[in-house]
Design a protein around this ligand. Structure first.
Ligand code: THU
Length: 133
């Protein structure tokens, strides 16, 4: 996990945000993640005239993950229009958690954090399994 190229991931996120559709917030976001098999997936935010329907960059990223072969996320970063690292919103931490490799790393505004640090005691697939059994 120590050989993650955060500069490369951030560069992919910056490229992704060029595709953002943000006529309402004017706040483009780009997200990029390293997948367990070594590929990199990315996404941008896509807003909607019905404001609440807007999609965060992470939505595009997880869709890209599935469409390009699935797998689990090893490392993640998202950036604003200045290329600065921002925190994924709460809903998106949940989205990422679904596909996170245990110990997944995120570059955050307070340094490198694990998914468990940014979403403690997460509700996840095992909670559903526990009741189903
Ligand atoms: N946004 C993201 O795409 N990801 C986040 O984690 C935070 C917020 C987007 C949603 C909206 O299009 C814009 O940023 C302003 O909130």
């Amino acid at each position: 996990m120590t050989d993650i190229d955060w500069d490369e991931l951030r560069a992919v996120a910056v490229e992704a945000l060029q595709h953002a559709y943000v006529p309402y917030s004017h706040y483009p976001v780009g997200a990029a993640a390293l997948v367990s098999d070594g590929r990199i997936v990315s996404g941008c935010n896509v807003e909607n005239a019905s404001y609440g329907v807007g999609l965060c960059a992470e939505c595009g990223l997880v869709s890209n993950l599935q469409m390009s072969g699935g797998g689990n996320l090893v490392a993640f970063v998202c950036v604003n229009a200045h290329g600065e690292t921002i925190m994924p919103c709460g809903r998106c931490r949940q989205l990422l958690n679904e596909f996170a490799l245990p110990g997944m790393l995120l570059e955050t505004v307070s340094g490198i954090r694990t998914i468990d640090e940014v979403l403690p005691d997460a509700f996840g697939p095992s909670d559903l399994e526990q009741v189903r059994r």
